[in-house]
Design a protein around this ligand. Structure first.
Ligand code: NAD
Length: 445
């Protein structure tokens, strides 16, 4: 699935030519295959003095059978560099980041992982500590831009009391499942009830994926089925044939429905109450574009985009969070936003408004969802290779692909793996997050 330019520069001649011309030479990203280990080489683990995550980090690294080093070995290349920075309580101690990473960052393996863990600044009262913790972001985002060879960098903010909840985030970020996620800040809160089966974390769960007949939605449906869920694939009746193919392939079922229909929330509630006796994971993936600049934007381009991308999702979530909803405790509501909703995009005022609304909706409902034992999060994809982006003119398409730290487009599976991470029962401390799946795109940074 590599694009033509990536194919060219993966050959020795092409790579040399690109180097001479100063053009990007994207590294083919490693992606997860069932049975792969979480981490495929040694991990160097460090901590600032007084940090609090040591025991949880050690437990996860042991559970995934990582070879852990606490001091760098001569000439070793590291699949993971993990630094617990929760002990950095004032800015004069930030140099500990440099002390740990400077000697080893150039020894990060191909598609390696750099992870810094801190405390969410907004939860810290002391202004001195809050300042120092906020500063970690600048370091991590820069590391993401400097790393080569398909490696990524992330910051994980762990609430006080959330120490036991970091396992699923760490597994996701260390593994090839997070191939196209870089420069992100992920927040892990204190809730922890869910235990997951390592191979099939969604066994016995029922999931709904909207817009599942093709593209990213089909990949999300496949990935949730791989993880053990029974997936109900929803799409408009016009997509019925493709929808049935996806549902059959993954042993799921199909539901033909236009999510903007007046009675759509009621029909979804009835379907899951009557046919499945409940629902665990809902992925609002269906989305459309009707591009025009604001001066030429007619109501018939504006209204459908807002209706499909935002209003349908708000109405369905309201029904699912109401009493007598089939959504079970431990449920997951997952939105699909876009980096256009963060950065804005010429010709996409309708789309960007709807996708910024998806982010707002996640933030607005996180607390209420948590009261019901449910989490709500979103992914914000950047440039993903799908039918939607194949229709973009070549020059804009090429710019979209290269303008990120990994110098390539992502694949639908990259979005799907992030959705599956949210869906994992072990991710119940992950609430109100928006993770960009964009290879650290320069847009909206
Ligand atoms: P796609 O057009 O290939 O698929 C979208 C699906 O949604 C289609 O099957 C369509 O029939 C369905 N759909 C549309 N309106 C519907 C309705 N009213 N009811 C039910 N189903 C409906 O798009 P894609 O590229 O796979 O994108 C999936 C999601 O990811 C969208 O929300 C999109 O905005 C978002 N996204 C995509 C990219 C990208 O690069 N492809 C980037 C950022 C965000």
């Amino acid at each position: 699935m590599a694009d033509p330019y990536s194919k060219l520069v993966s050959a020795q001649f092409g790579r040399r030519l690109a180097g001479r011309l100063g053009l990007p030479a994207p590294t083919p990203l490693r992606r997860y295959r069932p049975g792969d280990p979480v981490v495929s080489g040694p991990v160097l683990l460090g901590a600032a003095e007084g940090s609090r995550l040591g025991p949880s980090l050690t437990r996860t690294l042991e559970a995934v059978r990582a070879e852990v080093h606490e001091t760098p070995a001569e000439d070793e290349r590291y699949a993971g560099l993990v630094f617990d920075a929760t002990g950095i309580t004032d800015s004069t101690r930030l140099g500990q980041l440099r002390d740990f990473f400077s000697p080893v960052i150039r020894r990060t393996a191909r598609c390696g992982r750099l992870i810094v863990l801190g405390t969410p600044p907004e939860e810290i009262e002391d202004p001195v500590e809050r300042t120092a913790q906020r500063a970690l972001e600048g370091f991590v985002r820069t590391a993401g831009k400097e790393l080569k060879g398909g490696a990524t960098a992330q910051l994980v903010h762990v609430s006080r009391g959330g120490e036991e909840a970091i396992d699923s985030s760490l597994r996701f970020l260390l593994s090839a499942k997070s191939a196209f996620v870089s420069g992100q800040v992920i927040r892990v809160g204190a809730r922890r009830t869910g235990e997951a089966d390592g191979q099939q974390p969604l066994r016995g769960k029922v999931a709904l994926v909207t817009g599942a007949s093709r593209g990213i939605g089909a990949s999300i449906a496949e990935t949730l089925a791989r993880d053990g869920a029974h997936v109900v694939c929803l799409d408009v009746p016009a997509q019925g044939e493709d929808l049935a193919k996806v549902a059959n392939r993954i042993g799921g079922s199909a539901l033909q429905l236009d999510i903007t229909a007046q009675d759509a929330p009621q029909r979804v509630v009835e379907h899951f109450t009557e046919r499945h006796e409940g629902l665990d994971v809902v992925v609002h993936n269906a989305g459309i574009t009707r591009d025009k600049t604001i001066g030429r934007m007619s109501a018939d381009r504006w209204e459908p985009v807002l209706a499909v991308n935002l209003a349908a999702q708000e109405r369905l979530n309201a029904a699912l969070l109401a009493d007598s909803s089939p959504l079970r405790r431990g449920g997951r509501l997952i939105g699909v936003a876009s980096i256009s909703g963060i950065a804005g995009n010429v010709g996409q005022a309708n789309y960007a408004t709807s996708k910024a609304g998806v982010i707002g909706h996640v933030q607005a409902l996180a607390e209420r969802a948590a009261e019901r034992g449910v989490t709500i999060n979103a992914v914000a994809p950047g440039f993903i290779e799908t039918a939607m982006t194949a229709a973009v003119p070549l020059v804009i398409r090429e710019a979209g692909r290269r303008m990120n730290s990994l110098a390539q487009g992502g694949l639908p599976i990259d979005v799907a793996e992030t959705v599956a991470f949210y869906a994992d029962p072990g991710s119940d401390g992950v609430n109100g997050n928006v993770i960009r799946v964009c290879g650290q795109s320069m847009l909206g940074a």
